[in-house]
Design a binder for this molecule. Structure first.
Ligand code: FAD
Length: 450
């Protein structure tokens, strides 16, 4: 008698025309993301791998795959480019990694909005929107060159541009999505506005998103600058002044407190020892106003590049912001990790100062100015931590909480324990029921559905 054929083999046999990855080492690689930034996740997720990886190219292929996975009860973990930091696209229970990077068509841009398939890279999307209507993304991660639109929606927060438009979740940024139900007879559904956000930052656990429609921002020829300061107080006050000046057109206002600038080895000439540095992306017309503020706060502009120079050299300071700062630090010191925290608007400058005084140099301050969901200027931070033990890491996070600062724990792989900060809403649960009733999407990541 023949042994029963394994469900994964049944997939291969039934869908031979799909683009399957069969090489074991590539399957292992495509089952990983950037969760190695956390020593805790690195330990917890070691060796987790899919049984198969598939890269669909069109809706029909996705439909046939999803239908058969539902029939055979095979888990599906969706992957964009795998730049997520919390093991979001690492499969805990094997099954299929559904690599969306081949499903990547730009659809349209007009009237201040754009729509594309989820696997498009953000850089490609922005190139298209600039060409179509001279508009750009409202916010994007510092991984914009490689990260996908679906990955930003499913696993990201925001980043460059959030100083104007807040995080992606701010009302009006996401206009709509098209998603497919994971069922034997899959259905395609459009969700608009707030309903679409019920799948946002849920790590692909309650819906497989096919298309995303975003509101856009006017495009500028962004200049980039380093402004350096001798004291943290001056750097912070300058950052706040730039961030909140309504007439200064900006895309990025980031603070690297001493000793963080020392990790940017390629820029050692512009970042004198002991300095606190601000990274700015501003419109050319705002340069005089920024220089005036720099002088007022005793800062020195040590580096300035025009958009044309940046495009020609492919060297952008944006790739030292957000979690790219952590990446730059890793290149110098393997023994680090990071935190993610959100300061209280209005108290944020004082909290940044206090926490820096309390914990530096063990915890090194890297803060980003943003507007929060209500449009109020505040700071969020991705501090660099000199790692010793997991216990000490927990103590540090508790010290932050004890000082009234919110920690969005980046060392957990359960949705409720991260930025979600607790139980998921009834509305999110209902979306799960509707779009993934068999609980096949990224199983093990949501406590409520485990
Ligand atoms: C150096 C570095 C810097 C970073 N900077 C930032 C930053 O500035 N801001 C920020 O927000 N993040 C940042 N990140 C995290 C990450 O790069 C972004 O969130 C990025 O948008 C993820 O895109 P991706 O295509 O790599 O997604 P992946 O990592 O592949 O996926 C992320 C999550 O989304 C889900 N997903 C992917 N596609 C879909 C889909 N079509 N439908 C449903 N779910 C889907 C996946 O299952 C997974 O849970 C950074 C990470 C690194 C390593």
């Amino acid at each position: 008698m023949n042994a029963p054929i394994h469900p994964i083999e049944q997939l291969h046999v039934a869908l031979p025309d799909l683009d399957w990855v069969t090489d074991g080492s590539r399957i292992a690689r495509l089952s990983q993301d950037f969760s190695w930034f956390s020593p805790v996740l690195k330990r917890q997720l070691a060796g987790k791998s899919a049984d198969a990886v598939v890269r669909p190219r069109n809706e029909d292929e996705i439909k046939r795959l999803v239908s058969l996975c539902a029939k055979l009860r095979i888990p599906i973990t969706i992957r964009g480019s795998g730049t997520g930091n919390y093991g979001q696209s690492v499969p805990l229970q094997g099954g299929v990694v559904l690599d969306m990077s081949g499903y990547n068509q730009f659809l349209w841009a007009r009237d201040g909005a754009a729509r594309a398939q989820a696997g498009i890279r953000l850089f490609e999307l922005e190139t298209k929107t600039r060409a179509a209507c001279n508009m750009e993304l409202r916010c994007m991660p510092s991984t914009y060159r490689s990260a996908t639109l679906g990955g930003l929606f499913g696993g990201g927060f925001g980043g460059i541009g959030s100083i104007n438009y807040g995080p992606l979740a701010a009302r009006g940024n996401v206009l709509g999505i098209k998603a497919i139900t994971v069922a034997e007879e899959p259905e395609i559904v459009e969700l608009r506005g707030p309903e679409a956000l019920l799948m946002h930052h849920l790590w692909g656990t309650n819906g497989l998103v096919l298309e995303i429609e975003l509101a856009l921002a006017p495009a500028y020829d962004w200049q980039e600058h380093f402004v350096v300061f001798s004291t943290l107080d001056d750097a912070l006050d300058f950052g706040q002044a730039v961030a909140s000046a309504p007439g200064i057109v900006k895309r990025e206002v980031g603070l690297l407190a001493h000793p963080v600038p020392a990790y940017l080895k390629q820029h050692a000439a512009e970042l004198p020892p002991g300095c606190h540095a601000m990274i700015l992306a501003i419109a050319p017309s705002s340069e005089p106003a920024v220089r005036e503020l720099a002088a007022q706060w005793r800062g020195e502009v040590t580096y300035s590049k025009s958009a044309e120079e940046i495009a020609r050299t492919h060297r952008t300071l944006l790739e030292y912001t957000w979690n790219h700062t952590t990446l730059a630090a890793f290149k110098v010191d393997k023994n680090i990790t990071y935190l993610q925290s959100a300061f209280v608007p209005g108290q944020h400058l004082e909290q940044v100062r206090r926490m820096d005084k309390l914990l530096s140099p063990e915890v090194q301050m890297h803060a980003e100015f943003i507007r929060n969901l209500d449009g109020v200027v505040t700071c969020t931070a991705l501090q660099i931590v000199q790692f010793t033990t997991e216990e000490r890491l927990q103590e540090i996070m508790q010290t932050y909480r004890d000082n009234g600062v919110r920690i969005n724990d980046p060392h957990v792989f359960i949705v409720e324990d991260g930025k979600a900060g607790g139980a998921l809403s009834q509305a999110i649960q209902e979306v799960k029921q509707r779009f993934d009733p068999l609980n096949l999407l990224n199983p093990g990541k949501v406590r409520a559905w485990s």
